[in-house]
Write a protein that binds this ligand. Structure first.
Ligand SMILES: [Zn+2]
Length: 409
């Protein structure tokens, strides 16, 4: 398995200059590779492959002296990135029936990292990173690396530098918890679990919005190309970085807690890209960052040997989790409702998360059990999921309600 370790770097002024120059040269190489590919296609009707571009790079290195001041793997990695951009482009072409954004030129803000793919770097204990053609940079190793380092990526974020090591390792497996859980992600609460637990939505962007607007205003009032504008742009970038770091940290904590306590996790298979097309919700959805959370949850589960099952989100909010009745006209503002068939009082989100875990019936390995809703939550939501009730209902309703789904203890 691969894992990424990220550490802060403290380059000297001279090394910063060197790093900036390398980044800029790689960016120019990236853009010129795009130009080469386009021109070649226009002239011959054929594409240029990465291997073709590698040959061109060897030729260029003979003519352009300064290219030899960059480690050969770092340059080759640029060609891999170009190849990746083109592969993604062709994939989009296929998926969207011919409509796809062409690989774009990278401007200065968009090209922020270089990669040593196998060699050319070495960690020198206790606190230095030697980079070929750049030098020995001070490094803060705040935690130990377990496993073999495969690649070394140097990244600039706002005005700070980081190194990310991609490390191959064998995960140490703890016993897998026997509990199953369904998770309903949302905006009002960040997540509601089928055991009645709610995770508040911290809304980091909303909290920093006022500051951000002020800083952006200041930025747009500065003269283009001026030093003050540069400074103002940096302040905006720093605030964005802070928000995304807070969110990242939160997603790590929540996903860690869920994976540590549950062996079988059901989530909705959300098409987030389609959901953010709704402009009223886009900002809140992006601020919540469900995509990042679900990817953390998935990789942590995989690491621990737990299951993550994605279920079809259809009607998870609108169906009664006890009898299967579908409340067709339910709007987003309905938070609590009473099922007209079985009289169960529902909290919208808890009911949805129970429906999510119920959708996995038949697929759950036998060793997993469904947790009970705590008595406090039962009182809070007057929620009735006693299995005897459900079974009684099941027999009453089975004639006209096929979708009577319940897993019970
Ligand atoms: Zn019902």
């Amino acid at each position: 398995m691969l894992k990424t370790y990220k550490y802060r770097l403290y380059p000297t002024r001279k090394q910063t200059k060197e790093l900036d120059w390398t980044l800029e040269t790689c960016r120019i190489l990236y853009n010129s590779c795009l130009v080469d590919r386009n021109r070649h296609y226009e002239q011959t009707g054929k594409g240029l492959s990465r291997i073709d571009q590698q040959k061109l790079l060897v030729r260029d290195k003979k003519n352009i002296e300064y290219l030899t001041d960059i480690h050969s793997q770092v340059l080759q990695d640029v060609l891999f990135r170009v190849e990746k951009a083109y592969k993604a482009f062709f994939r989009r072409l296929k998926d969207r029936n011919g409509k796809a954004g062409y690989p774009r030129f990278k401007n200065i803000d968009r090209y922020d990292s270089i990669t040593y793919t196998q060699s050319g770097f070495k960690i020198i204990e206790p606190a230095k990173l030697a980079l070929s053609k750049i030098g020995c940079i001070k490094l803060k190793l705040h935690r130990n690396i377990n496993g073999a380092v495969k690649t070394c990526n140097i990244k600039k974020e706002a005005d700070k530098w980081y190194v990310c090591f991609s490390v191959e390792y064998e995960p140490v497996r703890k016993p897998i918890p026997a509990q199953q859980i369904g998770i309903d992600v949302g905006i009002k609460s960040f997540a509601v679990l089928s055991n009645g637990e709610e995770v508040d939505n911290p809304k980091y962007l909303v909290k920093s919005e006022e500051k951000l607007i002020k800083k952006q205003k200041r930025l747009s009032s500065k003269k283009k190309g001026s030093n003050n504008r540069k400074k103002a742009r940096m302040l905006v970038a720093k605030l964005h970085k802070k928000v995304s770091e807070q969110r990242r940290d939160f997603h790590h904590k929540v996903s860690r807690k869920i994976v540590d306590n549950h062996g079988y996790i059901a989530v909705e298979d959300l098409q987030i890209k389609n959901m953010v097309k709704n402009h009223n919700l886009a900002k809140s959805i992006n601020d919540a960052g469900w995509g990042q959370f679900l990817s953390f949850l998935t990789y942590k589960a995989e690491e621990a040997g737990c299951y993550v099952e994605k279920v079809n989100p259809r009607n998870t909010s609108k169906s009664c989790s006890i009898c299967g009745y579908v409340y067709k006209d339910m709007t987003l503002s309905v938070r609590n409702w009473v099922c007209p068939i079985c009289n169960t009082e529902h909290n919208r989100d808890i009911n949805a998360s129970i429906n999510i875990i119920n959708k996995t019936i038949g697929r759950v390995p036998a060793e997993f059990t469904l947790g009970e809703i705590s008595s406090m939550d039962m009182q809070k939501h007057a929620f009735c999921v006693a299995s005897s009730n459900a079974c009684a209902l099941k027999s009453i309703l089975s004639k006209n309600q096929e979708a009577c789904r319940f897993i019970g203890g």
